[in-house]
Write a protein that binds this ligand. Structure first.
Ligand SMILES: *[C@@H]1O[C@H](CO)[C@@H](O)[C@H](O)[C@H]1NC(C)=O
Ligand SMILES: *[C@@H]1O[C@H](CO)[C@@H](O)[C@H](O)[C@H]1NC(C)=O
Ligand SMILES: *[C@@H]1O[C@H](CO)[C@@H](O)[C@H](O)[C@H]1NC(C)=O
Ligand SMILES: *[C@@H]1O[C@H](CO)[C@@H](O)[C@H](O)[C@H]1NC(C)=O
Ligand SMILES: *[C@@H]1O[C@H](CO)[C@@H](O)[C@H](O)[C@H]1NC(C)=O
Ligand SMILES: *[C@@H]1O[C@H](CO)[C@@H](O)[C@H](O)[C@H]1NC(C)=O
Ligand SMILES: *[C@@H]1O[C@H](CO)[C@@H](O)[C@H](O)[C@H]1NC(C)=O
Ligand SMILES: [Cu+2]
Length: 391
């Protein structure tokens, strides 16, 4: 009952927002997102006054409760000190040894994530396991930051809808020492080609080495394999091909403003594309030849972040995929009858043709962690292993 009436209410509200003029789009989209968050908190019985420092009386949900749940917060809402703690923990990964000698281009633990993702690209995108595999990968990253690098917080997310009109002003990308670095040096190039070659995005003002922020002079070692940014030559296709270089970025507002719309957000959360896991995941990733929310995050970063194989070379990858995971979490909470299903096969857009995926399938993640079954990561409060929410 509750879900049905909320649904109708929000569809009505969403329709109004969708027909609003495009000026003020960002503000309207933030309102839509906040509405969605409010509905999720009702659906999950998260009290309105819930904060990390004063958890409410424990609501039993097995071993994961509101008393011990991890809270993933928006980067912009973290204090400067909290952002610096996250950044310090990420830097620490460069000091940790690689855990997989077979991926010989990986020289440290930061690289390991890039290598495992690159190795499995064709079996974790456009597949039944896309959402859960990436959910598990970023959870392992978060755990590593906490358990090895002394980080006390949880993985923050990049709210795509804030500062989308000028990413240089986003606390994620403003180039300050509390950001994940700013734009790249100017590198003349002819934009990026995305959407299976059908969409051209004009260049931003960067494209070269990231020139400001905490990761200047940090070396990345793997790829590029298939960057969408033109003029960035992809030569390495092997996880053993060592290619030390700077990380590149081209903040691309043509990607963010065209795609981070209320219409796209509403379609997958409450609209036609929210009706099943198949519709949801396909529209989130973008039907063949289109640009949607998942791709827009990558192409907004440009440079290394625009490479489907090795986009993890941009440290903002993890904040982008936390936002993807948050939208998945929102959709799951609002569609409980569909929330535990998977859809699709085990190869990229079923090419080559393969069997359907199932919730019994294992998420293989190399040496980053144990393989777990999809059904074990469908619930972010399942407790084994996941225990987190988004606020
Ligand atoms: C939160 O609100 C509930 C009532 O809704 C109240 O019982 C509880 O004490 C409040 N908790 C805090 C930390 O304010
Ligand atoms: C830029 O790239 C687009 C897409 O590949 C192409 O259509 C266009 O002709 C290119 N422009 C120049 C000046 O090379
Ligand atoms: C980066 O390295 C260059 C060349 O070694 C050096 O001139 C520059 O000061 C370094 N920048 C930072 C922020 O460490
Ligand atoms: C919403 O998603 C459906 C697929 O489920 C798609 O056919 C439709 O074009 C989308 N609507 C908009 C406005 O993008
Ligand atoms: C996946 O979802 C699509 C609709 O998006 C549906 O046509 C198809 O039958 C589903 N496949 C499986 C295996 O559930
Ligand atoms: C996958 O699921 C679809 C939709 O339910 C079905 O039509 C198709 O036969 C299945 N494929 C295989 C290989 O079982
Ligand atoms: C690399 O990918 C192959 C093919 O998917 C897989 O068999 C292998 O286990 C992967 N290696 C690691 C270390 O993840
Ligand atoms: Cu990926």
């Amino acid at each position: 009952m509750r879900f049905a009436s909320l649904h109708a209410l929000l569809l009505a509200r969403g329709a109004a927002v969708t027909t609003a003029a495009s000026s003020g789009q960002a503000t309207d989209t933030l309102t839509v997102l906040q509405d969605l968050q409010n509905q999720v908190e009702v659906a999950l019985d998260i009290p309105k006054n819930f904060t990390e420092s004063q958890p409410p009386t424990i609501t039993a949900r097995g071993s994961c409760t509101l008393g011990n749940v991890g809270i993933r917060r928006e980067w912009d809402d973290l204090s400067a000190q909290e952002r610096k703690e996250y950044i310090a923990a990420v830097k620490c990964l460069w000091q940790q040894p690689s855990v997989d000698p077979t991926f010989s281009a990986a020289r440290n633990h930061f690289d390991d994530y890039v290598a495992v993702h690159m190795n499995q690209t064709n079996t974790v995108h456009g597949t039944a396991n896309f959402l859960t595999w990436h959910r598990y990968l970023i959870w392992l990253w978060e755990q590593r930051l906490r358990n090895t690098c002394g980080y006390k917080g949880y993985l923050p997310y990049w709210n795509w809808f804030r500062f989308q009109e000028d990413l240089n002003k986003s606390p994620v990308f403003d180039g300050s020492d509390t950001s994940l670095g700013g734009d790249g040096e100017y590198f003349p190039h002819n934009g990026s080609v995305v959407g299976a070659g059908r969409i051209w995005l004009p260049s931003g003002s960067g494209g070269g080495c990231v020139k400001s922020g905490p990761f200047v002079n940090f070396t990345i070692n793997i790829g590029p394999v298939q960057p969408a940014m033109q003029g960035y030559t992809p030569v390495f296709t092997d996880v053993k091909a060592y290619n030390p270089r700077c990380q590149r970025r081209d903040l691309t507002m043509a990607a963010s403003t065209s795609t981070f719309t209320a219409s796209n957000l509403l379609n997958i959360t409450l609209g036609p594309a929210s009706q099943s896991i198949g519709h949801f995941q396909d529209e989130l990733q973008g039907p063949y030849g289109t640009l949607r929310l998942h791709g827009a995050g990558h192409y907004s970063m440009g440079g290394d972040g625009s490479d489907v194989f090795t986009s993890l070379n941009d440290p903002a990858f993890y904040l982008h995929h936390a936002m993807i995971d948050r939208v998945y979490w929102i959709w799951q909470a609002l569609h409980p009858a569909e929330a535990n299903k998977v859809n699709g096969t085990i190869t990229f857009r079923n090419n080559p043709p393969s069997r359907n995926g199932t919730v019994e399938d294992y998420l293989e993640i190399g040496n980053l962690g144990p393989a777990v079954q999809i059904r074990d990561v469908l619930n972010t409060m399942g407790g084994s292993p996941l225990c987190y929410i988004y606020l």
